[in-house]
Design a protein around this ligand. Structure first.
Ligand code: UTP
Length: 488
């Protein structure tokens, strides 16, 4: 340990960060080992670059001469011949074993404030089934449908890796083969104060955060997923985020468009609700595909233009659903140094000079992140952008109530499934404004789509008065609450 200590102390001093050793004499053996591990994991060259570019100065503003909307493929409609060709190509790719599922679940979930990995959140209002279970059931169903193994790569962070893996194993991976699931760890980046100094969150521990969902490029390679994919003959990764309950994993239409256009990265997009909605915007900036973050909208006033109907001209919002080709990821990895970083000023627990830990009430330091959508700027030719309707595809969960919340996601999914029940001639209780007034849940392992649902439920004696959750095997649980203002 002594030689490592000397080496790291020298290194920290060279980079102006020697203060991280200030409690060294107070630490016991375990504490010292932990601190050395934290410091050993710091990429000091990257840290210097981030501090110089983002903290001590500001990166130069980007200026584009021409910003135009991306060409968007309209939502899939029945009878559309382009979509039929895409479906055929996508289903073929699935049957040929060319697709793996890639879910990112390494975030800290701070806004939701749930104790445990975000994916273990009991999103099912009646069943209590977790986000992980819903995603797993979709994969199980697709495997049956296409008679294929869909490997599942899951990005976690060092802070939730153990708990996530245990949760999967405690639930027997919901019937999926454990050997087809690979947890890959993303890297952490240290946090710094406004002077660019590393922050100790405890006397023997550096404050650090996961390096953003863009960190998946490194994690895929370093965690062995890309090698696994290549060994299995997989060349397409179906990317989505754990907190999107509705995500259509491995959508054959989307995969088909991606294959037919030989894209290296494809995206789904949805219409922005309004000009200030907190979503990124897909556009072409001087010919290069970009997603401009909503926090940067004021830098690009073009993005706030409306069409004659008053709708956003740049309507393609970013739901964070992509397809990535395996060779593209390998190439991005080799040039990851060019990947852009973003900073966020946050409340970061720290120790004072005496070694007491404080939780600040106001932001006091910077976290750094990379974003997966920034990979789009490295694509060789215009990637696929397929428009989706949000209902049944996009319900991001960031907090318990309000916009993008647990409550909003439950309401949205109840509405989505209500249409299935009504198509099967069930009476869905609705409130005076016509909204579904009860909780509804349909396990994806029971029915992945409306057609399958209709073929299975017609004539079954389900009562929806207090809400219902239909489980994988067709059994069901009734909800407990009824809403007094229901119209029957
Ligand atoms: P968010 O940026 O919304 O973060 O991530 P979050 O962790 O869910 O929530 P907050 O911001 O702390 O409240 C969107 C998706 O990207 C994943 C998250 O797990 C989530 O699925 N993500 C985010 C990562 O996998 N790694 C990261 O470093 C950041």
């Amino acid at each position: 340990m002594e030689s490592l200590y000397i080496k790291l102390r020298e290194q920290a001093a060279v980079h102006g960060q020697e203060h991280v050793f200030r409690f060294w004499d107070r630490l016991d053996k375990t504490g010292r080992r932990r601190l050395l591990e934290d410091i050993g994991n710091v990429d000091f060259e990257l840290l210097d670059r981030l501090v110089q570019t983002w903290v001590l100065t500001e990166p130069p503003e980007e200026h584009f001469r021409h910003i135009v909307p991306v060409p968007v493929i309209p939502p899939v409609e029945p009878g559309d011949t382009g979509a039929a060709a895409a479906l055929k190509a996508g289903e073929q790719a699935l049957r040929d074993g060319r697709v793996a599922i890639f879910m990112v679940a390494g975030g800290q979930g701070t806004r939701l404030g749930f104790d445990g990995p975000k994916g273990s959140y009991p999103i099912g209002p009646i069943s209590g089934n977790s986000l992980f279970q819903y995603h797993a059931e979709k994969i199980r169903k697709l495997q049956e449908l296409y008679q294929v193994t869909l490997p599942w790569y899951i990005m976690v962070s060092p802070s939730n890796h153990g708990a996530t893996q245990k949760y999967f194993e405690d639930h027997d991976c919901w019937g999926l083969n454990r050997t087809d699931i690979l947890f890959i760890e993303q890297r952490m980046v240290p946090c710094v104060d406004p002077d660019g100094k590393l922050i100790l969150e405890a006397p023997g521990c550096l404050a650090a955060s996961p390096n953003g969902h863009g960190g998946c490029i490194q994690a895929l390679v370093e965690g062995g997923a890309l090698e696994d994919a290549q060994r299995r003959g997989v060349d397409i990764l179906s990317y989505y985020q754990v907190d999107n309950w509705a995500a259509k994993v491995a959508d054959p239409y989307f995969i088909g468009y991606h294959c037919l256009r030989q894209a290296s990265m494809s995206s789904k997009c949805h219409r922005r609700n309004d000009l200030r909605e907190a979503v990124g915007v897909h556009c072409l900036c001087d010919g290069v595909y970009r997603v401009i973050e909503y926090s940067e909208l004021d830098l690009y006033p073009q993005l706030l233009q409306v069409d004659p109907e008053g709708e956003p001209l740049f309507y393609a919002g970013n739901p964070a659903i992509h397809l990535l080709s395996v060779p593209f990821v390998r190439d991005l990895y080799a040039h990851f140094i060019q990947f852009p970083w973003h900073k966020a000023f946050k409340k970061i627990p720290y120790v004072d000079q005496e070694g007491c830990v404080y939780k600040p009430d106001t932001p006091n330091g910077y976290k750094f992140e990379t974003f997966v959508f920034d990979a789009l700027r490295f694509t060789a030719h215009a990637p696929v952008a397929l428009e989706i309707r949000r209902s049944g595809e996009y319900t991001p969960i960031k907090q318990f109530e309000g916009v993008n919340s647990v409550m909003a996601a439950r309401a949205s999914m109840a509405e989505y499934w209500a249409a299935w029940f009504e198509a099967a001639d069930y009476q869905v209780p609705r409130d005076t404004e016509g909204r579904c007034a009860v909780d509804l849940e349909v396990s994806p392992a029971f029915a992945l789509n409306r057609e399958e649902f209709l073929s299975k439920v017609k004539g079954k004696p389900f009562h929806l008065d207090s809400g219902i959750a239909i489980h994988a095997d067709g059994s069901f649980t009734l909800g407990e609450s009824t809403v007094s203002s229901c119209q029957r």
